[in-house]
Design a protein. Structure first.
Length: 265
């Protein structure tokens, strides 16, 4: 079965370089939401300083939201089957890893804020894209690069269904991931590395299956047979959630501890 093109790289995710100072000022106190062992920032005369680990992951989170939208335009085949996935799943899984890591270290509410701050600039990104598409191209580009101009417009134009599907699947699946990951924590006392990995795998697999169903159904149902794309997307995300995401979360937690300790030192 042929693979249908995905319309609009910015349709799936928003442009979201989150302002570090804004997130830091909104971060709740350790007593209100985060586990007692979480390395929160200290209060200084200048205000609350964001932990270095949170700052770095916030920047990475914003970058991955942009990259996921760009890569979503290409579908790749799951060899040796005829099943297909859109390439945006790879950076999107890193969004899952980052949100889980932030929830583990800095509390569920801090992780939810970063998810929301990655979602809200979608409107601005859409407006900027429409502005660029509406502006006339230069005479040089029309004369010497008409194919590039046509490709740019074809890639970045999308239907209202795709614009609706991207934000709906993004916010639902990532908030669900954080909720499942946090609920499976239990008391949070004395958790082993294996326990952290199991929680990450379960939360990622369930939330990403939901993400695939929402996005593909809202964006493409009725336009073509979505069976192969749906099955391929769900299988790929569940598989990667089990064999890859747990190790990435473990590494992410250790890296954040190192960054926070380095800043404290």
């Amino acid at each position: 079965m042929g693979k249908a093109p995905v319309k609009g790289p910015l349709a799936r995710f928003s442009f979201a370089l989150v302002l570090a100072s804004t997130v830091a000022m909104d971060t709740p106190s350790p007593a209100s939401s985060a586990p007692a062992t979480a390395p929160f920032a200290a209060t200084t005369p200048e205000g609350i300083v964001m932990p270095l680990g949170m700052f770095v992951y916030t920047l990475l989170y914003g970058g991955m939201t942009v990259l996921a939208g760009v890569l979503a335009f290409k579908q790749v085949q799951l060899w040796p089957t005829s099943l297909a996935v859109e390439s945006g799943i790879f950076p999107f899984l890193l969004l899952v890893v980052i949100s889980s890591t932030l929830s583990q270290l800095y509390g569920r509410e801090a992780a939810k804020r970063i998810v929301w701050w990655g979602f809200l600039p979608l409107g601005l990104s859409a407006l900027l894209m429409q502005l660029v598409l509406g502006l006339p191209a230069s005479s040089e580009m029309i004369a010497f690069r008409p194919d590039d101009l046509a490709a740019f417009e074809r890639v970045n134009q999308s239907t209202w269904r795709v614009w609706m599907a991207g934000p709906a699947s993004y916010i639902t699946s990532l908030l669900l991931n954080i909720w499942i990951f946090d609920r499976l924590r239990g008391s949070g006392e004395g958790e082993s590395t294996l326990g952290l990995m199991v929680r990450g795998a379960i939360a990622s697999a369930l939330s990403q299956a939901v993400d695939s169903v929402i996005f593909i159904t809202l964006a493409f149902y009725g336009e073509f047979d979505i069976t192969d794309l749906m099955i391929g997307q769900v299988l790929a995300k569940v598989f990667l959630s089990i064999v890859l995401v747990p190790f990435l979360i473990t590494f992410g937690v250790q890296a954040a501890h190192w960054l926070d300790a380095k800043k404290a030192g």
